[in-house]
Each structure stands twice: as structure tokens, then as C-alpha cells.
Design a protein around this ligand. Structure first.
Ligand code: NCD
Length: 303
């Protein structure tokens, strides 16, 4: 992984399986502390976030530290980006300090790909615009495997603001490599037909009940108002048509799991009853984020 981890689309099924298998080694046994290792001792990771983040940034920090690496986190508001420095100049400045990897989140789709062509340092994409969020899809797959045992033959509904979701895109690429049937659901204004063509076998519907019937996994998405110039759907009606409520769970397979990348908006895209229920894997996703990012950082850096 000389160029780091930029997306899921260009990974092979074997690459993905290797990361998922390695992440299992880093998961704590129940009741035990997280695994620690020293493989990255002496290595430095820069965590560069140009967009808001709680879990992803913290998760990369903890993952790097648990592998013995030094990690420095920089957010755009506290950096010279707020003084007008360009992205290339900021990255060149950081590269001159010779970190071993840069983890970056940016609002422009393709920003990490662009920079990885110019910088000799591996870049890990922590979310680029509406394009991809590869470690999220990997931690989602780890969570599904833990709960359901296999990806093969599953049916997964992804519901919400499909148009602006890098989480949806990375998951579609990953799941379709494993033969998972994916149903995308959201208001027509947030469900571009092109999303049905980025991988084989994707269904699209704006009918929530149809989307959920007989699925093994329900992935809910936040409505990304920060990426919409004007609201694509009246806020007051969103929950009525696309909010996940207990009655929906009855339509899915009996052992269905409910996922959400966070941050969740209770009463907007998901009810508290569902978010806090036994079926919810939301906090497992957060926990798995660390093990998966440890596996990714180890692969990218331990050369
Ligand atoms: C997501 C993101 O930023 O892409 N959050 C996350 O990383 N867990 C989804 C979102 O912000 O809605």
C-alpha cells in the first residue's frame, strides 16, 4: 500500500479480506482490554481533518497510539488553511516534516487521490466529499461479519441521503465485491439513478417498506444538510417517510441488524427505540473502527 488507502473501489476482494482478518486480531476479547502492539514504534502519522469529525478522527488517533506510533492531529480551523494557504502548500509543508503517513478528511471529492500523486507519503482517506470513506465500509463489514458470520448472500438496505453519502458509495463497492444484494432507498431528490450503476445488482426504491422487507442489514444515513445548497426534502416530513421506527424492523429478517455511521439524529432518520435496541450495532461499529484502523495503519506503514 505505497499510496496508502484511497478508496474501496480499487481494492480487490483479497485485499479487503486481509484487512478484515487482521482487524480481528486487534479486537479485544469480551471483558478484556484492547490489544496493543509496538509495530509502529518510531513512526509518525499526521491526522489532517478539513471537515468536522468526532469518531473518525479519534478512532485513527487511538488506533495509531495502540500500535505505538506518534500521531499529530490538525484541524482546518486551527491550521494555516484558515489563513488562506492552499491544500497543496499545506500538504507540502507537512510532507517536509517527513511523517510516515497522512490521514486526511476533505470536503472535495478526489482530494486525497490528487495529493497522493504528488506526495511520496502514503495517504489514508478518512472521507473525501461525496466520494468515499473506505475505513467506514471496512468497519461496517467487520461489524456485519461479527454479527451475522458472513457477507455472502446477504441483502442490505442503505437508506437516506444516498446522493451525498461517501459512506453509501464505499459500502456499495465493498458489498458488491462479496455478492451482497444492495437496495438503495431515499427520497427521489436524494437518490440519483447513477448510484444504481456503480456496481452490479443494485436496486433503487423510494418506498421504505419495500426496501426493508427481508433484509439482513439496515444501514441508515444522516441527511447531509451541509452538502445541500437547499433542502432536498421538507425536514418535517422526512421522519414520517424515511425515519426508521420499530414497526419497520418487523418487515426485515428476524435477526436483522441496524447500522448507522454516526452522528445520528434521533427523531430525524432513526427513532431512539431502534437506535438503542438489541438490533442496533451502532456502538459495535464505533468499537470496530479502532481495530479496523489499526489493521489499515499497520498495512500502510509497517513496510
Ligand atoms: C460520516 C462521514 O463523515 O462521512 N460519519 C463518519 O465518518 N462516521 C457520515 C456523516 O457525517 O453523516
Amino acid at each position: 500500500m505505497k499510496r496508502g488507502l484511497l478508496d474501496i473501489e480499487s481494492l480487490s476482494r483479497q485485499d479487503i479480506e486481509a484487512i478484515l482478518a487482521r482487524s480481528k486480531d486487534f479486537q479485544p476479547a469480551s471483558g478484556e482490554n484492547f490489544k496493543r502492539s509496538d509495530v509502529l514504534r518510531g513512526r509518525t502519522v499526521v491526522n489532517l481533518f478539513f471537515e468536522a469529525s468526532t469518531r473518525t478522527r479519534t478512532s485513527f488517533e487511538i488506533a495509531a497510539k495502540r500500535l505505538g506510533a506518534d500521531i499529530v492531529s490538525i484541524t482546518a480551523s486551527g491550521s494555516s488553511v484558515s489563513k488562506g494557504e492552499s491544500l497543496v502548500d499545506t500538504l507540502n509543508t507537512l510532507a517536509a516534516m517527513r511523517p510516515d503517513a497522512i490521514v486526511m478528511r476533505h470536503s472535495a471529492s478526489g482530494a486525497p487521490h490528487f495529493l497522493s500523486r504528488y506526495l511520496p507519503i502514503p495517504i489514508v482517506n478518512a472521507g473525501d466529499g461525496t466520494h468515499e470513506h473506505p475505513t467506514q465500509a471496512l468497519l461496517d463489514a467487520r461489524t456485519i461479519l461479527d454479527r451475522l458470520g458472513s457477507l455472502e448472500g446477504l441483502r442490505v438496505a442503505i437508506i437516506g441521503d444516498i446522493a451525498h453519502s461517501r459512506v453509501a458509495r464505499s459500502n456499495i463497492f465493498l458489498l458488491s465485491k462479496f455478492g451482497v444484494a444492495v437496495v438503495l432507498c431515499g427520497p427521489a431528490s436524494l437518490l440519483p439513478r447513477e448510484m444504481g450503476q456503480i456496481a452490479p445488482g443494485i436496486e433503487l426504491t423510494s418506498d421504505m417498506e419495500e426496501a426493508i422487507r427481508d433484509v439482513d442489514v439496515i444501514m441508515m444515513l444522516r441527511v447531509q444538510l451541509e452538502r445541500q445548497k437547499e433542502a432536498a426534502f421538507p425536514a418535517s416530513e422526512y421522519f414520517q417517510f424515511f425515519g426508521l421506527r420499530p414497526e419497520h424492523i418487523e418487515l426485515a429478517k428476524p435477526n436483522v441488524i441496524v447500522m448507522h455511521p454516526g452522528p445520528i439524529n434521533r427523531g430525524r432518520e432513526i427513532s431512539s427505540e431502534v437506535a438503542d435496541s438489541q438490533r442496533s450495532a451502532i456502538l459495535n461499529q464505533v468499537e470496530n473502527g479502532i481495530a479496523v484502523r489499526m489493521a489499515v495503519l499497520e498495512k500502510v506503514l509497517a513496510a
